[in-house]
Design a protein around this ligand. Structure first.
Ligand code: GAL
Length: 470
């Protein structure tokens, strides 16, 4: 089922695991600031120490080896490398840390996939307007180029930005993630726009300056649920489903993979809502300028983060609110047959992944796809014998196999979220996604493999082994 060079991976991100928030010259990031504000995170927890991977990296490497991973997806912390966000000042200790991580991985035959931005903007750049300001585009490009220059001789898979949709909506519309702004209906579109431009500029830099020598591949990680109309025969539900897809997957995938511009459905929904509410001025969804580097074609593969599915019905007719949900005008419901794991948003729907993969193949011209995140969470007391998560992984991997074999989707890899239990953003340490349990009450932060970790290791061995036999 799985190609010989299939990437079997697990993923983490810097702020969620590293700790060492002030160690060795690291600058503060927007998450360091956000967690200090009252009421932002479950029980006022923070990632100051997290899994302490900054000091305990070798323990993580043992976990990676125990699973038999061929790939490991990590993110580098912008503020650890460039404390004020600019290349004016490089923190050599940060460079040394990631050099060690990358070299150790390669020495163990594990390929790194490196994310440049997993939500932890240097605070110094936020103070100058952050993602809302146009200047971020060049700043991000300089940072990306610094990383290509420094690590690109060894890193061959790059993700520029992780989940721009979540970043824009949760950080600037809902205010539940850093930087905690609530500017509904406008800021998220602007932030998303600058993220796309920053991503594209960095991709062009890689393409023209580094690709020939380094021979790597660059993309951005796009999150999407799978959406289906609640009543398939109902035109309003079908239209609402298309809108929902456009506002999630399409927002970032359409410009990069199809037209260089936002989905028309999205723009007309936003503009007609603006008109209804008497919002004057230019469209709340910015436009790309012809003088800028093209957005279309700026991904060497499709990086998908998939967690769950939704049934969709027509919304209540946009209401008087100027916000993303009103623009989208779709109501999401859960199918009662889908089990919920841990957190309320996470319905377990492995077959939704297969459908989404087929949709991506058909809509985006059959790209190579890496599933860069997918996982199952646990809350409450420690449960090492996580039978349900075992089932989840085996069902999901089966669906990925069917997508490859029966639907002909060009899936190149699968990364479980996450290697370790870690700081789950606003949920703090209360929600556990790891293949390894981390004991946050123990100073040693000991890592213990869950049963699901053992099962995942067996699956990797089995699917890799099949080829060895052939
Ligand atoms: C993703 C995010 C990860 C992780 C995961 C589980 O949206 O990229 O950092 O937190 O969700 O909720």
């Amino acid at each position: 089922m799985f190609p010989r060079d299939f990437a079997w991976g697990a993923a983490t991100s810097a702020y969620q695991i590293e700790g060492g928030w002030q160690a060795d010259g690291k600058g503060p990031s927007i998450w360091d600031t956000f967690v200090q504000q009252k009421g932002r995170v479950f029980e006022e927890q923070n990632g100051n120490v997290a899994c302490n991977s900054y000091q305990l990296w070798e323990k993580d490497l043992e976990c990676i080896q125990q699973l038999g991973l061929t790939h490991y997806r990590l993110s580098v912390s912008w503020a650890r490398l460039l404390p004020d966000g600019t290349t004016q000042h490089v923190n050599q200790k940060g460079v040394a840390y990631y050099n060690k991580v990358i070299n150790d991985l390669l020495a163990c035959n594990v390929s790194p996939m490196v994310t440049l931005y997993h939500w932890d903007l240097p605070q110094a750049l936020q103070d100058q307007g952050g993602w809302k300001s146009e200047s971020i585009v060049s700043l991000f490009d300089s940072y990306a180029q610094f990383c290509f220059q420094t690590f690109g001789d060894r890193v061959k898979l790059w993700i520029t930005i992780n989940e721009p949709q979540v970043c824009a909506k949760c950080g600037y519309e809902d205010g539940i993630h850093a930087p905690g702004l609530k500017e509904p209906g406008t800021a998220a579109y602007l932030v998303g726009h600058n993220m796309l431009r920053a991503h594209a500029k960095a991709w062009h830099s890689y393409d023209s300056l580094y690709r020939a020598e380094q021979r790597g591949a660059v993309s951005l990680a796009i999150n999407s649920d799978w959406f289906e109309p609640l009543r398939p025969g109902c035109n309003e539900d079908v239209a609402a489903t298309e809108r929902d897809l456009a506002f999630t997957l399409g927002w970032f995938a359409w410009p990069v993979f199809v037209t260089g511009d936002y989905p028309q459905i999205m723009r007309s929904a936003i503009d007609s809502q603006s008109q209804k509410l008497g919002y004057s001025g230019s469209s709340r969804l910015p436009s790309f300028s012809k003088d800028e580097p093209a957005i279309f074609g700026t991904a060497d593969f499709f990086a998908l983060n998939y967690y769950t599915s939704r049934k969709v019905k027509a919304g209540e007719g946009c209401g008087q609110m100027l916000c993303l949900n009103s623009d989208r005008d779709a109501e999401e419901v859960l199918d009662p047959s889908w089990p919920i794991c841990g957190v309320s948003w996470l319905a377990v729907v492995p077959h939704g992944l297969r459908k989404l993969l087929k949709y991506i193949k058909d809509t985006f011209n059959n790209p190579a796809v890496y599933i860069t995140e997918n996982g199952f969470s646990q809350v409450g007391p420690r449960q090492i014998d996580d039978v349900q998560r075992c089932e989840f992984y085996s069902d999901t991997i089966m669906e990925v196999g069917k997508a490859i074999e029966e639907d002909g989707v060009n899936v190149r890899g699968y990364f479980a979220w996450s290697l370790l239990d870690n700081f789950e953003w606003a949920d703090g340490f209360s929600v556990r996604f790891g293949l390894f349990h981390v004991d946050f009450s123990d100073a040693k932060l000991s890592r213990t493999i869950y049963r699901s970790g053992l099962e995942y290791a067996k699956m990797i061995m089995k699917y890799k082994g099949r080829h060895d036999v052939k």
